[in-house]
Write a protein that binds this ligand. Structure first.
Ligand code: ADP
Ligand code: MG
Length: 640
């Protein structure tokens, strides 16, 4: 048989080296987690064996009693963690213990900040568990054999965690994996049964597999005792589970160091039976926007782990949720493909979404401060909801928070219900403005008339907002309306009788006509408006055209967009506009017209086609102001 028995020495991937260095230097205050990580790997290995054995019972090799044994040797100064799970073949060892095979490695390194607390948490999320052995060990030996392969397929891996490792094929009777840590100088505190069993209970109580240790003072042959609870936590009665236990399971599932912010645990009975336990993390994972990386919900069937899957159990807009679903009705041999078109899975997903939305609604109502935290971390993801999940659109809308002219802070704190409660008598619509930044939105000239009348406007400046308002047409029977779109009609509004639209004078009409001629290539139309107060002009989009902010976003994403022309609305009463009537020189008039258009474009965050031309026109104008003697009356600066 062509077994490569030779011992080979290989270099770690550069990322692994970097990671090892980082871990050893940033996790020293949290050293004990190495044990949690090794036990977690043993537990995963047992899950994998159980799952593969569903279709091939022989993999158990007559021993289906899965467990993890933790031991230590004071003389040799070693700690050993052994499992009888799936084990690894030589290639698997090379793949898993020499590289970081995960996607998102680049994002991970990019996300590192140098701030120890934050980076420590990132390492946890990244789930680089095995390498944490080197926090306490200066040599690690792994002996393993894959279930179902002959004893001649054993593998020994060894490394000092510096730059390289060795791999050798050996004979090994025992199935599964044994990790031996040769402790660093000064780490003897871990050569203590109490200390070790304490750590096991602290982190691994929720693991459904027994974690065993030899009883203190008894010889090695004595029956070991189970130190953790070893019962799938989610199977237990809610009332009997402590917050610490819930948090412990979360950390295992989510690879997180921090406690979760909230959770919801349900035993569902009815058409089908399942248990779900969902958590909301305290912080967004670094790869929240990496759509490739989709995990976080573990699917079990009658306590057998089936798959780490998020795609089929949670929609995209809830992808920050972590947790467990344990079904009583799915077949044990359910395959990934089967998850795709499965009535039971679809029903579980629908139920799960309701649970999570209910959890969020409860927090929003009872604990607004906590909800504010959730919103800061995950709000932009939740905003994808109305587009993705039509059935729950109204409920999701209730969870949304925005900045608005009422609160005047960048913080997104205004719920649509708050807005509706503050609507003026006669106001039928929920008004919003979208812009590239909060300040651009807040200072948009379009808001002038709304400020004047005391009408609240939502200030939207997240990229996803365009997507959101395209799909969220209404809330509580009130339609959402952009203040930059179409003709503004506030006439129905309270304050009694709206003053009749001021008539546009002949003189003003003539100015509009001349502006239209000059700006023919730039705008669809030029018209008078009464939405402005202190600004001379603004741009609006025609009822059915694409909004300029959305157009810019699409362009920045490399998409071809049609480029529909805006409408220039001018404040005919503004001194700058009124003065135009007196300019007879057509070249001068054209300069003014362009400046008017260009400043309106700049005010809403747009980009000038000809910035140098703008600067020249502006400077010419400034020059006329610097030499008042030569200026004509038309260029009088506006009064304010
Ligand atoms: P993670 O557990 O998040 O995948 P780790 O660094 O803890 O990351 O482990 C890397 C990989 O090494 C695991 O995905 C698994 O394939 C393999 N591995 C580690 N420990 C064991 C073990 N005890 N039994 C089988 N495979 C293991
Ligand atoms: Mg692991």
């Amino acid at each position: 048989m062509a077994v490569e028995a030779h011992k080979e020495s290989l270099d770690f991937q550069a990322e692994v080296r970097q990671l090892l260095h980082l871990m050893i230097h940033s996790l020293y205050s949290n050293k004990e987690i190495f044990l949690r990580e090794l036990i977690s790997n043993g537990s995963d290995a047992a899950d994998k064996l159980r799952f593969e054995a569903l279709s091939d019972d022989a993999l158990f090799e007559g021993d289906a009693e899965l467990a993890i044994d933790v031991g230590f040797d004071k003389q040799a100064r070693t700690i050993t963690v052994r499992d009888n799970g799936i084990g690894m073949g030589r290639q698997e060892v090379l793949d898993n213990l020499g590289t970081i095979a995960k996607s998102g490695t680049r994002e991970f390194f990019a996300a590192l900040t140098g701030d120890q607390a934050r980076d420590t948490q990132l390492i946890g999320q990244f789930g680089v568990g095995f390498y944490s052995s080197f926090i306490v060990a200066d040599r690690v030996t792994v002996r393993t054999r894959r279930a179902g392969m002959g004893p001649e397929h054993g593998v020994v891996w060894e490394s000092d965690g510096e730059g390289s490792f060795t791999v050798e094929t050996v004979r090994r009777e025992a199935r599964g994996t044994e990790v031996v840590l040769h402790l660093r100088e000064g780490e003897d505190e871990f050569l203590d049964g109490h200390r070790l069993s304490g750590i096991v209970r602290k982190y691994s109580d929720h693991i459904s597999l027994p974690v065993r240790m030899a009883k203190e003072g008894e010889d090695a042959d004595a029956e070991p005792e189970t130190v953790n609870q070893a019962a799938a936590l989610w199977q237990r009665n809610k009332a009997e589970i402590s917050d610490e236990e819930y948090a412990g399971l979360y950390k295992h599932v989510a690879h997180d160091f921090e406690d979760p912010l909230a959770w919801v645990h349900s035993h569902v009975e009815g058409k089908q039976e399942y248990i779900s336990l969902f958590y909301v993390p305290a912080r967004a994972p670094f790869d929240l926007y990496d759509r490739e990386r989709r995990h976080g919900i573990k699917l079990y069937v009658r306590r057998v782990f089936i798959a780490d899957d998020a795609e089929h159990l949670m929609p995209q807009y809830l992808r920050f949720v972590r947790g467990i679903v344990d079904s009583n009705d799915l077949p044990l041999n359910v395959s990934r493909e089967m998850l795709q078109h499965n009535r039971l899975i679809d029903a579980i997903r629908a139920g799960s979404v309701k649970k999570v939305l209910g959890l969020l609604e409860g927090i929003a109502k009872e604990e607004p401060e906590k909800y504010a935290k959730i919103w800061t971390e995950f709000g932009r993801v939740l905003k994808e909801g109305p587009a993705e999940d039509h059935a729950n659109r109204a409920r999701i809308a209730g969870l949304l928070r925005f900045a608005s002219t009422h609160a005047d802070t960048e913080e997104q704190t205004v719920a649509l219900a708050d807005y509706v409660a503050r609507m003026k008598e006669g106001q039928k619509k929920i008004y919003f403005v979208t812009a590239e930044s909060f300040l651009a939105a807040k200072h948009s000239p379009h808001l002038e008339v709304f400020r004047d009348k005391g009408i609240e406007v939502l200030l939207l400046s997240d990229r996803v907002d365009e997507w959101l308002v395209a799909h969220l047409e209404e809330f509580d029977g009130k339609s959402l309306a952009s203040v930059t779109r179409g003709e503004l009609d506030l006439s129905e509004l309270a304050g009694g009788v709206e003053r009749k639209k001021e008539k546009v004078s002949r003189k003003e009409k003539e100015v509009l006509r001349r502006l239209r001629t000059v700006l023919e290539d730039k705008v669809k139309d030029v018209r008078a408006t009464d939405r402005l107060r202190s600004s001379p002009a603004c741009l609006v989009v025609d009822e059915n055209d694409m909004n300029a902010n959305l157009e810019r976003i699409l362009k920045s994403l490399g998409q071809q967009v049609g480029g529909s022309q805006p409408i220039l609305e001018v404040n005919a009463k503004h001194a700058l506009v009124a003065g135009l009537a007196d300019i007879d020189d057509e070249t001068r008039f054209a300069d003014w017209a362009h400046l008017l258009f260009e400043q309106a474009l700049l005010a809403e965050g747009g980009q000038l086609d000809d910035p140098a031309g703008f600067v020249r026109r502006l400077n010419d104008l400034l020059l006329t102001l610097a030499k008042p003697a030569t200026a004509t009356a038309a260029q009088d600066p506006p009064a304010d």
